[in-house]
Design a binder for this molecule. Structure first.
Ligand code: GLU
Length: 326
């Protein structure tokens, strides 16, 4: 191996081992990893959609995006802050909590280097129960065996907020499980839990799987008073579109609340690279939109909403250039 190539390889390897910055190949191509969620969610195919669009120009941009399945929003924020991941998909409420030092970040403090890139599809806090459990409203979860979500997930805090709002103590009034979203459908279908929460875009593989078994299942409405939305301004009323799941017991859309999926990174990522990621997604917007049915209502303007961390300078540069930002 030539000496210069060897130096590049050693440098690249040491950066990977130390967890600083992207890995890059001998040709100078940088490898950036996007943290997503479970493989039956919408984050995982969304990471794939972004990577697919951007990687078409991988030679020109000397950059290649790869996707990793993870435990979800909270895991992604923490891994980006630790520079173990370069980009991540994160619920809008979690983005707000991380930048403000709330919830899981109360002890760690403000995650000052978190940067917003764009927002993506809407996500609904979705509660699915075995039809044989008699659970017809969130209030009926009292005394039941419920998966509220793994600790790295976005949904865990959403489930806790919803339970608290109806006077159910998530620690003492339910038998709470911390399973990953990809495991929950199988465990529900086996009868080992009564219900599970998952904050996700629709349609998702997880709910397709959960509604395709022999145990009849139904989506449970989560109706909360105005005071809930005043207390948590990052939540908005939403629905589970029942047309996505014809095998569920429900025949009409199910009311609940929701957030948005957002794409985030670290302040230290090079401006040019984030600019190129945003540019490729926005300039191939119609192709991007076709990559998942959860994107059906996406607009370019809407993709700048639901962000609370400062915009990454590369994203800001692109939005100003095309007039999406003044
Ligand atoms: N909203 C979930 C979370 O933040 C992930 C949903 C998905 O993977 O589509 O953990």
């Amino acid at each position: 191996m030539k000496k210069s190539i060897m130096i590049v390889v050693i440098l690249a390897l040491s950066m990977v081992v130390c967890g600083i910055g992207p890995a890059f190949s001998a040709s100078g191509t940088k490898f950036y990893t996007i943290g997503t969620g479970g493989i039956t969610g919408v984050y995982y195919p969304t990471g794939g959609a972004i990577a697919r669009i951007v990687n078409i120009k991988k030679k020109q941009h000397k950059m290649r995006l790869t996707v990793e399945s993870t435990g979800g929003s909270v895991y992604n924020v923490n891994a980006i802050m630790a520079r173990d991941l370069d980009f991540g998909i994160v619920q809008s409420d979690r983005q707000y909590q991380a930048i403000s030092g709330l919830a899981e970040w109360k002890d760690k403090g403000l995650q000052k280097d978190l940067r917003a890139v764009f927002s993506i599809h809407p996500e609904s806090v979705t509660l699915l129960a075995g039809a044989d459990t008699g659970i017809k409203s969130i209030q009926d979860l009292k005394g039941k065996h419920v998966n509220i979500g793994n600790p790295g997930s976005g949904q865990r805090q959403n489930a806790i907020d919803a339970l608290n709002a109806v006077g159910i103590n998530p620690e003492s009034d339910v038998k709470a499980e911390g399973l990953k979203a990809a495991e929950a459908p199988g465990v529900l279908l086996d009868g080992r839990i009564d219900a599970f929460f998952y904050t996700v875009g629709h349609p998702s593989g997880a709910f397709k799987e959960a509604t395709a078994g022999t145990r009849k299942v139904s989506f449970v409405p989560i109706l909360l008073p105005d005071s809930f939305y005043l207390k948590f301004p990052y939540y908005a009323r939403s629905i589970v579109p029942i047309s996505s799941y014809p095998n569920a017991v429900n025949k009409t859309d199910v009311p609940t609340f929701g957030v948005k999926a957002t794409f985030v990174t670290h302040s230290s990522l090079p401006e040019e690279d984030v600019y190129n990621v945003v540019k490729e997604v926005f300039e191939n917007f119609d192709n991007f939109k076709k990559l998942h049915p959860a994107y059906s209502l996406l607009t370019k303007e809407g993709m700048l909403q639901g962000l609370s961390a400062p915009l990454h300078k590369g994203a800001e540069k692109y939005y100003k250039e095309v007039g999406l930002l003044k």
